[in-house]
Design a protein around this ligand. Sequence first.
Ligand SMILES: *Cc1c(COP(=O)(O)O)cnc(C)c1O
Length: 395
Amino acid sequence: MSYQVDEKGYYGRFGGAYIPEVLHRCVEDLQENYLKILESDPFKREYHGLLCTYAGRPSPLYFARRLSGKYGCRIYLKREDLNHTGAHKINNTIGQILVARSMGKTRVIAETGAGQHGVATATVCALMNMPCVVYMGKTDVERQQPNVKKMRMLGATVVPVYSGNMTLKDATNEAIRDWCCHPSDTFYIIGSTVGPHPYPDMVARLQAVISEEIKWQLKEQEGRDYPDYLMACVGGGSNAAGTVYHYLDDERVKIILAEAGGEGICSGRSAATIQLGREGILHGARTLVMQDEDGQIEEPYSISAGLDYPGIGPLHANLSETKRAKVLSVDDGEAISAVFELTQLEGIIPALESAHVLGALPKLDFSPQDVVVLTVSGRGDKDMETYLKFMTDSN
Ligand SMILES: *Cc1c(COP(=O)(O)O)cnc(C)c1O
């Protein structure tokens, strides 16, 4: 059984490309060309060259001794927080800007929520001297000022979006609208394993460098190239897809995904899409969507701005449906405790998103010989204001 995308762009019943007529030609172009480009020697050389000399790869696989002691197993942290721009997102944007260039596109657009994908996109656009427009909900523009300033300093135009709740979903709608108006010269750099086929597969392949490195790094340190558990947080699913990519069909490896429970699954303030979502169509793909009886999108909530998306990658919807992955929901409070725990045990301040997968550790039963690889998707600098609110004498 393969959990990879099929030739029509589906993972089981999820995926596909549900797009307006005006985009057919350019999405079809991308479908026909992306694999040829990704597998070509010039692309591979430039992509891996930049990952190494610009983004700082390979990222370390760090044996977390004190954290391992606490949970009674052997925990390795895959340090995506050490990448340029502070998260795994740069792996994807470096790849997509090279795809854009080889397809002759001259303008880049992107959507962003917390601003991390916007910064990673503005960064590679500066690097490649391409004009860049980033759509961002007005609410997010206000609460993520440091990232807005970084994007502007990098030369991108940040367009505030005033529709809906003025957050990520609305920014994505606006980016798709822009794309519909400029399909021939514009490349849409999507920030996660979401959107119409081939985006989920393209983004998963560009993040797969994570599991490619885990293989040889584990072999070096543990003497075997596979762990017993792989763990990652899921917003749209890109750092998780990269973490599991080369192990999808290796059933010796258990996959644990952590989604944002917000204030609790039943609280009405949650972003646990896999647990709460029903099948629907969002941003070009059939997947699990948080929606009401009438199919109206329900506004997701999480303390972490990078995880509050009302959909989920079709790959992950299928991994959950087929029970290949176990999905846990971790709420705001559990994530915050995990931030302080990692900081104090290992001297690493993780991003709020990454804290959600750390918060899943207490929910699992490990044996002492279990090898666990957990991806720390990003660093906590951007979340310091939130963390300071939770600082007490006891932590
Ligand atoms: C954006 C982001 C995420 C969530 O996105 P995925 O596509 O699910 O990986 C997780 N962690 C960090 C640090 C992020 O910036």
